[in-house]
Write a protein that binds this ligand. Structure first.
Ligand code: FRU
Length: 496
């Protein structure tokens, strides 16, 4: 039975979503059908298509009582909106259906596991969220909440774990055909830990172990875990809250963390060997991955982050976009990301320049402009024995407005800066990351959509993602350097 609350949301989103013109949405990124979107949820391949659910409040473009929105795609690039999948319509999830995952069952149904939120103590203070894990099962469009909900609650927690911070279950299949899920939890030491559960059928779950612990090293509570094998290693992705900065690797606030290590499947024993940020830009959080039918691990993140949400005006018809789908690999012990290869099929009308001398005058190249484009750029000092101190690309530029990417070889830093992008809010607009070994050659791939830029550095060794809401008439792109550099550039229009 579909609840009135979900029917209302479905009716509303169809009407309100239909009022948003295509040109007011990103050209090739998924955004909220209407209203608010945060984390990707239930990212899976099911019935021949990819499904993406998302944290959703259809009625306004600010976070509120969480629903699950839904879209599907056959290529991860063209998305079709489907009716909202879940509403907070049961007593145990009446204050929000929070993040979770989806998996195909052997009988052909789709199983969702999500966090149900119930505010303890009603309207009295202090309010505390009781977070439990719940199931819904269905045909990929309509879902019935499981009568046995919640399936994981306070009785499923190890000693000292908080009942208030227990969320974001991510399910996966075990080699023996069984099911496992990991969930984020707050431990006694007040920081995050990842719990692991198993189930023979996806419905009855048993606590196994603590898979990984923050121990106050990387922020406090960890959110939205994902866990998968990749290129002979095992990867744990989490999104920590309340981080402190560490050099230019981690910044304060909500961040992203990738732990790479080894995994003994039989004993659920994960040994961490390497840690790094997932994305070094401003707007990226809570990524989820899917395994494609041809065996690629593809990640999509929420292309926004909590502390900088005010970049979007509250009266906007939609808020929240997903990143490009990114293929993941491990090279030299690090996580590498590249836009999925199918994205290259959208690249049209190449414009190429080789060995262009860039100097202290802002330079514009004919045919190099636009807001839905992909650019591959390589930069080197003109005279290999000399050097340069700065190289800047400005894009989405018109008059006083632009967003820039700036490389300083002496510091080995790349900075993304949207201070002049038209934002009127006093929020974070800049971020830097370290780019080692780029003095001789800096390699960038910059993908712009109407409201975002994703900068893949050095073949995807690092990525910086940022949203920008500059008027679409700002299309120019300019180049500038202190000291002479030579640049090769290929620019494509993206024609979705
Ligand atoms: C992460 C998060 C999740 C939670 C959801 C609520 O962005 O805080 O931990 O499930 O958002 O919308």
């Amino acid at each position: 039975m579909i609840s009135q609350m979900l029917l209302d949301a479905r009716r509303y989103e169809e009407e309100a979503g239909g009022r948003i013109a295509d040109r007011e949405r990103p050209g090739f990124h998924l955004c909220a059908r209407t209203g608010w979107m945060n984390d990707p949820n239930g990212f899976c391949f099911f019935g021949g298509r990819y499904h993406m659910f998302y944290q959703y409040y259809p009625y306004r473009s600010t976070w509120d009582s969480m629903h699950w929105g839904h879209a599907a795609s056959s290529d991860l690039l063209h998305w079709e909106y489907l009716p909202a999948a879940l509403a907070p319509d049961r007593f145990y999830d009446q204050d929000g259906v929070f993040s979770g995952s989806a998996i195909g069952l052997d009988d052909g149904r789709m199983l969702l596991m999500y966090t149900g939120v119930l505010l303890e103590g009603g309207n009295s203070r202090p309010k505390n969220e009781l977070q439990t894990q719940c199931l819904a099962v269905g045909d990929g469009i309509n879902f019935e909440k499981w009568p046995g909900n919640p399936v994981l609650d306070r009785n499923s927690l190890p000693a000292g774990a908080s009942v208030h911070d227990f969320r974001d279950p991510k399910m996966f299949r075990l080699p023996d055909g069984g099911f496992a899920c990991i969930a984020a939890s707050r431990s006694e030491d007040t920081s995050g830990q990842i719990l692991l559960y198993t189930s023979p059928d996806g419905f009855s779950w048993k606590y196994e172990t603590v898979l990984a612990s923050c121990r106050n090293r990387f922020g406090k509570m960890w959110e939205c875990p994902d866990f998968f094998p990749l290129d002979g290693k095992q990867v744990l992705l989490v999104s920590p809250q309340d981080m402190l900065p560490q050099d230019l690797e981690y910044h304060s606030g909500n961040g992203t963390l990738c732990l790479i290590g080894s995994y003994d499947e039989e004993h659920f024993d994960f040994r961490e060997e390497h840690n790094q940020a997932i994305d070094y830009g401003i707007d990226f959080y809570a990524p989820q991955t899917v395994l494609t039918p041809d065996g690629r691990r593809v990640m999509i993140g929420w292309m926004q982050n909590w502390d900088a949400c005010a970049i979007r005006e509250p009266e906007a018809a939609w808020a929240g976009q997903m990143s490009l789908p990114r293929e993941l690999h491990i090279r030299d012990g690090r996580l590498y990301q590249a836009p999925i290869r199918e994205f290259n099929l959208l690249r049209k009308n190449p414009v190429r320049f080789a060995n262009v001398a860039v100097g202290s005058e802002r330079m514009y190249l004919s045919g190099i402009e636009g807001r839905m484009i992909d650019m591959e750029i390589s930069v080197r000092p003109k005279d290999p024995s000399s050097s340069y101190t700065k190289f800047v690309i400005r894009f989405a530029e018109e008059g006083e407005q632009y967003t820039s990417v700036r490389f300083r070889p002496h510091e080995s830093t790349l900075k993304i800066d949207r201070k002049f992008s038209g934002s009127r809010r006093a929020i974070l607009h800049q971020r830097r990351c370290l780019v080692e070994d780029a003095r001789e050659e800096l390699r960038l791939r910059i993908i712009l959509d109407r409201f975002s830029c994703e900068v893949f550095i050095d073949g995807g060794r690092k990525v910086m993602t940022s949203t920008l809401y500059t008027d679409q008439s700002a299309k120019k792109i300019s180049f500038e350097a202190d000291g002479e550099v030579l640049m090769d550039i290929t620019k494509y229009d993206i024609v979705p």
